[in-house]
Design a protein around this ligand. Structure first.
Ligand SMILES: [Zn+2]
Length: 451
């Protein structure tokens, strides 16, 4: 009853007051998700051409770029022609600064990515982009039978969100029944409080980082606290790679399916998982390209860097923005019947690389998999201090046994070569300022070198 009141009356009113159009957008998205591939492509092309006309006229950076390239905006015959424009990386955004802001932009909010992997990025987000993000998330939660107004428990750490925890926000959260627990405060004592909060709040949906939700789940399991009777319909996780054991643990403890989401503050909410397992791209608003090391677009099925163009960002455009993540486009359609294209094999950030003693660059997953083999390792962090010195922080679930340590040493040396490996046992591993968990930190400065 309350959910219905919120989703049909209060939330639309709130959105109207904030001049967001997410209610109408969500209705549109719920219709277009069933369109066939050709029709979706036609919508994308139309929106892309409109977007290009708009930014070529109003955004100084793109006005200059179109002139330099001798390109007439709005003339693309297919979405793939977007490759005529250059890739956009963080350094370019930083250098362009205010030139990326449209001269007809409405009020913009300043955002800052945490900068846990490299320099932080500042960018602006307009109301149009926010509305589209809200609508895309709302559509995805409804795939799981969760509506706006259903109680949502958010375990999140973005300092921006926490700063705006003022009274107005608190009122809004009470009204829309969203409760926030800070993800960077994850000590034993906090966890106990969080569990009590969750039990008292009895949310319909959980939303957070996989590392945070699985940490709460592990605490509950360890202390035999029942969380399976709260009626949670789904746990949405995002912003980090979701590991199978985390998924299993969250699902078991909270007695609900786990839905993965891929995207971020900068690039937008790119893809959401449906109950049949497909990671559906929000293709009505976001064009995803996969590129190889030289920057050339790759066909579906081939893994490369994810590059996105967000069509609702005319006020501060993200055009062919390099996310630094690796993934591939799906070659098939999802059995759920939605023709929104699929994103697969999301491998996490290209910055998650480490370097072996002999200079070989490898994805940190090769070390992570070793630790995932051991069921008594509760948490870990790999810190590569130098090419020849790596520290491994371990939180153990039970007493340390020599066999596990031998296993780790043998496998790490096999991959890293002749290095100094310090294994340190700790009771907890601190989160980043953002609340995110960083499994790997390399101080060697490995870069995935795209041309
Ligand atoms: Zn699906």
């Amino acid at each position: 009853m309350y959910t219905k009141l919120v989703s049909s009356v209060l939330f639309p009113l709130h959105e109207q007051l904030k001049r967001h159009s997410s209610v109408a957008l969500r209705r549109e998205l719920e219709s277009s998700q069933w369109f066939n591939t050709d029709k979706l492509a036609a919508i994308q092309l139309h929106k892309l051409n409109q977007f290009m006309l708009n930014i070529a006229q109003h955004v100084p950076y793109y006005r200059g770029l179109f002139a330099d390239l001798g390109l007439t905006p709005g003339q693309f015959q297919s979405v793939s022609e977007i490759a005529q424009l250059p890739l956009l990386d963080k350094a370019t955004i930083r250098n362009a600064g205010q030139l990326l802001r449209a001269d007809n932009a409405g009020p913009l909010s300043l955002f800052n990515t945490g900068g846990s992997s490299g320099q932080p990025l500042q960018f602006m987000v307009g109301k149009q982009r926010k509305s589209h993000d809200i609508a895309a998330k709302w559509r995805a939660t409804r795939w799981w039978d969760v509506d706006i107004g259903d109680k949502e428990l958010v375990v999140w750490g973005s300092p921006i969100e926490l700063k705006t925890q003022d009274r107005l926000k608190q009122l809004r959260d009470t009204l829309f029944r969203s409760q926030l627990l800070p993800a960077f405060a994850m000590s034993e004592q906090h966890l106990k409080g969080y569990i009590e909060d969750i039990r008292r709040f009895a949310p319909t949906m959980l939303f957070g980082y996989p590392s945070s939700l699985s940490l709460i789940a592990r605490y509950a399991k360890l202390h035999n606290i029942t969380m399976s009777d709260l009626g949670i319909k789904v746990a949405f996780v995002t912003s980090e790679r979701l590991f199978e054991n985390q998924k299993a643990l969250i699902s078991e403890v909270f007695n609900c399916p786990v839905a993965n989401g891929y995207g971020g503050r900068d690039a937008g909410f790119i893809a959401h998982q449906c109950p049949q397992g497909g990671m559906h791209i929000s293709a009505e608003d976001i064009i995803v390209e996969i590129i190889d090391k030289l920057g050339n677009p790759l066909p579906a099925g081939e893994v490369g860097e994810v590059v996105v163009t967000h069509l609702a960002t005319a006020e501060f455009p993200f055009v062919r923005y390099r996310t630094g993540d690796l993934a591939c486009l799906g070659t098939d359609l999802c059995p759920c019947g939605r023709h929104l294209p699929l994103l697969e094999s999301i491998e996490g950030r290209t910055t998650d690389f480490i370097i072996a003693a002999d200079g070989t660059t490898m994805h940190a997953l090769s070390l992570i998999y070793v630790l995932r083999e051991l069921s008594n390792v509760a948490e870990f962090k790999i810190i590569q201090e130098s090419q020849f010195h790596t520290r491994l922080l371990l939180v153990m679930q039970s007493d340390v046994d020599n066999a596990s340590i031998d296993f780790i040493r043998r496998n790490f040396h096999q991959r890293l070569g002749d290095i100094q490996l310090d294994i340190e046992f700790v009771t907890q591993i601190p989160r980043e300022k953002s609340g995110k968990f960083k499994y790997v930190e390399s101080k060697v400065g490995v870069t995935w070198d795209y041309a």
